[in-house]
Design a protein around this ligand. Structure first.
Ligand SMILES: *Cc1c(COP(=O)(O)O)cnc(C)c1O
Length: 340
């Protein structure tokens, strides 16, 4: 087919989203997502030797920033596409965000999962009104099924990160940050597939090219960082992490987020499981925040001194606190492990 020819895909790569696209996204999604608070942390400011603020995406519907990208994608569809419905492949936050936004907009959503996904996650999707299709023993088999259903039912696939509309949706977070704190000098951004990083960094740097964008991943499986080192998307081994929402690859056929992350990243920091657990515990103890591991990686980077000695990072520093979907037992475990 013509859309598989290299000329087309390399042209697609050149059409990267602009700040204008992020503003358009913001207007599109304003009724569907929350404008989230930016709160100063006294403890972290003292630690960093600079003003530190937390951008709390934990208060979004379904507990993460992912509703921003999902809303922008779904609201950009044609009426015919909306009527036919959407499909997503996800075990976690992306699937939940798509299901939630689709329900709000009256669009049918299918979410494909493998048999290995726990029943409570399947139920959570059904409670949001999505059709959960459980198929296959592995992620790969479930993904193949999702593509088959997409084609047979003529649905639109909502990608978790590698889509310009999704990237621009996530970037709307940066517009809010610069309205609230125009002097922001450094942004710490959790980094997995790079949709969040690409959107936030491209908008932040379009507003002020001097802003420093730091990506934070977990040490055990940093797919984007390994890909940047290799100069191309690479696969990484499947492992467990407290930052489970950051697991998975960036896609060997990545079209947007690899290039955009490469262009905008000033520094990448990798945090250990120990540092993530400790950050989850201290976020609860001192900030009264319930964070999932992926939402805590920015705090972990700062608290563990990985960014250098106090006063070495230009402030104000904004930490994107990306999500709060943590299993209560797991959070309690971290609080007990990393006691005062
Ligand atoms: C998806 C997700 C991320 C990573 O976003 P990418 O766009 O894949 O880099 C970070 N934190 C949370 C809580 C997430 O759900």
């Amino acid at each position: 087919m013509s859309d598989k020819q290299p000329t087309i895909s390399s042209r697609a790569r050149d059409i990267s989203p602009s700040l204008t696209d992020v503003y358009l996204a913001r207007r599109r999604i304003a009724q569907t997502v929350n404008r989230t608070p930016l709160v100063r942390s006294e403890r972290l400011s003292r630690l960093a030797g600079a003003e530190v603020y937390l951008k709390l995406e934990t208060v979004q519907p379904t507990g993460t920033f992912k509703v921003r990208g999902a809303a922008n994608k779904l609201l950009s569809l044609t009426e015919a596409e909306k009527n036919r419905g959407v499909i997503a492949f996800s075990t976690g936050n992306h699937g939940r965000a798509v299901a939630n936004v689709a329900r709000d907009l009256g669009i049918n959503a299918v979410v494909c999962l493998s048999e290995r996904v726990p029943a409570f996650r399947v139920q959570a999707l059904r409670d949001l009104g999505a059709e959960a299709v459980i198929y296959g023993r592995s992620q790969d088999e479930a993904y193949a099924k999702a593509l088959e259903i997409r084609d047979s039912r003529n649905l639109t696939m909502v990608a978790p990160f590698d889509d310009p509309q999704v990237i621009c949706g996530q970037g709307t977070l940066a517009l809010e940050v610069f309205e609230d704190l125009p002097t922001t000098a450094t942004v710490l951004i959790p980094l997995s597939g790079g949709g969040l990083f690409s959107g936030v960094a491209l908008a932040a740097k379009a507003i002020n090219p001097k802003v420093s964008a730091i990506g934070v991943s977990m040490e055990v499986a940093p797919a984007m960082v390994r890909s940047l080192e290799a100069g191309r998307p690479v696969e990484i081994e499947e492992v467990d992490s407290l930052a489970d929402a950051l697991l998975g690859g960036i896609g060997l056929d990545n079209r947007y987020t690899f290039e955009l992350t490469k262009r905008h990243i000033d520094k990448a920091v990798l945090v250990s499981e120990d540092q993530i657990g400790r950050a989850m515990a201290s976020a609860f103890r001192f900030e009264r925040l319930c964070l999932e591991g992926s939402g805590a990686v920015g705090l972990a980077a700062l608290e563990s001194g990985l960014l250098g000695p106090s006063g070495s990072i230009p402030g104000p520093i904004v930490i994107v606190v990306s999500g709060g979907n943590v299993d209560p037992d797991l959070l309690v475990e971290q609080i007990k492990n990393y006691g005062p």
